[in-house]
Design a protein around this ligand. Sequence first.
Ligand SMILES: [Zn+2]
Length: 134
Amino acid sequence: MPMKRSRALRPKPADALVVLAVVLAAAALGVYFWGGSSSGSLQAVISQNGQVTETVNLSRLTEKEERVITSNGYTLHLVLTSTEVWMESSTCPNQDCVHTGKISRPGQSIVCLPARVSVMLTDGNASGVDAVLG
Ligand SMILES: [Zn+2]
């Protein structure tokens, strides 16, 4: 983690955010251990036009879920399971998002440029910190 220790010596309003992130990360960790999983919880972050519209905690899914996303004139059918996410179908011209196939690891993503939709998998633990540091 690229956190500088010097921040503790110079209190700033931003410190509150860092503290919050740490607290959230710790809380998230607690949830992981409580849930019996030590490998982190998988989350799918769905964005449209660069804005997050929904975050789905895949680890909590008990059955397959679908999302119909309409964006920029296109309709996308996203399927989410507890371990994988894929674009079932899309009306976009290049079908890149559909051809991406199934993603199952943090850091992987499905992007549909024509529809300006992206689905990114994150480890719930790391995403909170990244959001603040980024
Ligand atoms: Zn597409």
